[in-house]
Ligand binder design. Structure first.
Ligand code: ADP
Ligand code: MG
Length: 397
């Protein structure tokens, strides 16, 4: 039985055959790394790897959940003071309910069965997909009119405050607002956004997982944020209107070079250049110049490696292999750094050979295996038709 049929069948077996089905995608970020907390721009897109949720309200005042992928259930009485589950995955859902309550939206009890094919913990935002999907389904079933941007804010807060992960808004925003054949240029200061067409149909987004996850990421992330703030505070002495690096031009930064420690200067230089790259890369897309776009992805990686120093050997190996493979348009590390995935734009006809080369060469150079995910840009979170009941019929034994 395929994944969606399985989810529907599990729901029917546990809670009956009345439910809605929601598809909530994972996301990539094409370019714009470490720009979000500097009030800059990012360029995410939803992908065709998703979490599907079967959901319905119940009259039990209970939240009853089943995770197909974990093969685990969780049930709790609905109250105004929800506590963490101690289990991990239910918290992403309870966190959404908690935030809804704080926004004055009280749901009745509900049942939810879900599962998906977004790799978990690999930086493709399976967590945001889960939050977005539940929130979208609850809004639909309760008849709440909440804008997608408001939903993104609620889902982000659920992760920040209930789960305890300090993510920005990009992940939930992209999962909810994604648009097929478009990237989303998001202004992290104003939350204005624009769908930028990715007109060339002849490529795939290929993610290569280093397999490396490092604890270092959290502490180094905080240090980078402080270094950016340090740079801003030095510039503010002469430019009091500057609030974040987003407001600083390259010229102004260079004028202050002598007042900064070299490492602070390098961090600020990367952020300003990266933010400019996002804007220029969007221009490339407007001009349908995917090769120029890809070139900026390589430059983004170089900056993350040399100036921002958040790459690692495994990420560099993957990008360096990709550079020399025919049909690769661009490649760079994606996410906070020190591990996780690289994102590669690869001509459709070259995807198979790319996969083959990258897996063999990565193994040869690092001794590690890389998991490769081939994806395309998709629409954001939405209701989807249930499969015909015959396909997921629950067989009585
Ligand atoms: P990611 O980069 O994938 O968002 P996170 O660590 O932020 O990684 O979120 C992963 C967590 O989200 C998992 O540990 C789990 O608790 C929850 N989760 C994501 N996808 C699923 C799923 N398909 N089934 C159950 N839980 C999931
Ligand atoms: Mg996440």
């Amino acid at each position: 039985m395929n994944l969606i049929d399985n989810i529907c069948s599990e729901f029917t077996k546990r809670f009956g055959n009345q439910f809605i089905l929601i598809e909530a995608p994972g996301r990539v970020n094409l370019i714009g790394e470490h720009t979000d907390y500097n009030d800059g721009f990012v360029l995410p897109a939803a992908i065709d790897k998703a979490i599907w949720l079967a959901l319905n309200l119940n009259n039990e005042n209970r939240v009853r959940l089943f995770s197909v992928d974990m093969n685990e259930e969780y049930e709790i009485e609905l109250s105004t003071s929800l506590n963490k589950s101690g289990k991990g995955w239910p918290d992403y859902i309870l966190g959404v309910v908690d935030q809804l309550q704080k926004h004055g939206m009280e749901t009745t009890g509900f049942d939810c069965v879900f599962g998906g094919n977004v790799p978990i913990g690999a930086g493709l935002s399976s967590s945001a997909a889960l939050e977005s999907g539940v929130l979208y389904g609850l809004a639909e079933r309760n008849g709440w009119e909440i804008s997608l941007m408001k939903m993104a804010q609620i889902a982000q807060k659920a992760e920040n405050e209930f789960v305890g992960v300090q993510c920005g808004i990009m992940d939930q925003f992209a999962s909810l607002n994604g648009k097929a054949a478009h990237a989303l240029k998001l202004d992290c200061r104003t939350l204005d956004y624009e769908a930028v067409p990715l007109q060339d149909p002849d490529f795939k987004i290929v993610l290569c997982d280093t397999g490396v996850r490092r604890e270092l990421a959290g502490s180094e992330y905080n240090i980078r944020r402080q270094q950016c703030e340090k740079g801003v505070s030095i510039i503010q002495e002469t430019h009091p209107k500057v609030k974040k690096l987003r407001d600083v031009t390259l010229k102004v930064l260079k004028d202050h070079k002598d007042k900064m420690e070299p490492v602070v200067f390098d961090r600020c230089l990367f952020v300003i250049e990266e933010n400019n790259r996002v804007l220029d890369a969007c221009e490339d897309l407007e001009q349908n110049d995917i090769d120029a776009f890809g070139e900026k992805m390589f430059l983004s990686h170089d900056g993350l490696k040399n100036k921002y120093e958040v790459s690692c050997k495994e990420l560099d190996v993957l990008v360096d292999i990709a550079r020399d493979v025919d049909g690769v348009i661009g490649s760079r590390m994606m996410g906070g750094g020190f591990g996780g995935c690289t994102i590669n734009l690869v001509r459709t006809g070259s995807v198979e050979s790319f996969k083959d080369i990258i897996q063999k060469s990565y193994k040869a150079e690092t001794g590690l295996d890389t998991e490769v995910y081939v994806t395309a840009i998709s629409d954001g979170t939405r209701l989807v038709d249930k499969p015909k009941e015959e396909s997921f019929k629950v067989l009585e034994i």
